[in-house]
Design a protein around this ligand. Structure first.
Ligand code: ZN
Length: 260
């Protein structure tokens, strides 16, 4: 090192000045770039991908197989939920989390012959899987439909008595609203069987309305599907970052405690 320093001095003041000017210029560029990035992408500050690491995230692509879910003019709910769920899986994986997929193909989890019985069996299996795998978070992905064709935008539900579910739902709703431009707020629900029975921080995410033609087109666009997946992931990461400060409400309820 000493040898090199002597060499520098030998090159004269001008060369040194040039060198420091270049260093200084690069430094200022990096600084401006950093400030610009924070200004353009303020949400990036909250991108706590480390919070997802080690967490088991159950991703339930709604419907499948004999059950198409909502039926649009050109597409089926079961295909959209699967496409977005697969993208979400990749994002969780990239952050070091452990995604567990309820399904990765066009199948349902029921075996009974009668459709109603099969549907009930299918739902019970999904919850069983979430509980068996001791998932930290349960994300049920769906697409909405209404007789009111004007309705658009994502809507997130949580089981009304669950504080964790509420916090998770609010975080995801906020991110989805940024993508879809909606102003909906996360809704508590006492009736949603799948949320009530899940022994986890659980939410049901309606990505948008298949009954609105414009939104149906968007929901089938791979770019928009990716944006939705990123929004859900971002909301999840934010929730996990926040919930790590929470104390479990009751003994044995350890899924609120982060894995260290
Ligand atoms: Zn559905």
């Amino acid at each position: 090192m000493k040898h090199k320093r002597i060499k520098w001095y030998k090159r004269g003041r001008r060369t040194q000045l040039k060198r420091w000017l270049i260093f200084g210029f690069i430094g200022v560029l990096l600084l401006l770039g950093g400030i610009g990035w924070k200004f353009l992408y303020p949400h990036e500050q909250k991108s706590w991908s480390w919070t997802v690491g080690n967490q088991t995230i159950l991703i339930d692509a709604g419907h499948g197989g004999v059950d198409p879910g909502a039926v649009g003019k050109t597409s089926l709910e079961k295909d959209i939920t699967l496409a977005v769920s697969k993208r979400l899986k990749v994002l969780v994986q990239q952050a070091g989390g452990k995604p567990v997929m309820v399904r990765e193909e066009d199948v349902d989890l029921g075996t009974a012959q009668g459709l109603l019985k099969r549907k009930r069996e299918d739902l019970a299996q999904r919850i069983q899987l979430a509980n068996d795998r001791q998932a930290d978070v349960y994300l049920s992905i769906h697409v909405n439909s209404s007789t009111k064709e004007k309705l658009t935008g994502p809507q997130v539900f949580y089981y009304a008595d669950s504080q964790e579910g509420k916090l998770l739902a609010q975080n995801i709703q906020t991110q989805l609203n940024l993508v879809a431009g909606g102003k909906r707020i996360a809704k508590g629900n006492q009736e949603l069987f799948i949320l009530k029975k899940a022994d986890r921080a659980a939410v049901m995410i309606e990505l948008g309305f298949l009954s609105n033609s414009e939104e149906e087109q968007k929901l089938n666009d791979p770019n928009y599907q990716q944006m939705l997946a990123v929004a859900v992931y971002q909301g999840l990461a934010n929730y996990l970052g926040t919930s790590q400060n929470l104390v479990p409400e009751k003994e044995g309820n350890t899924h609120n405690v982060p894995n260290i």
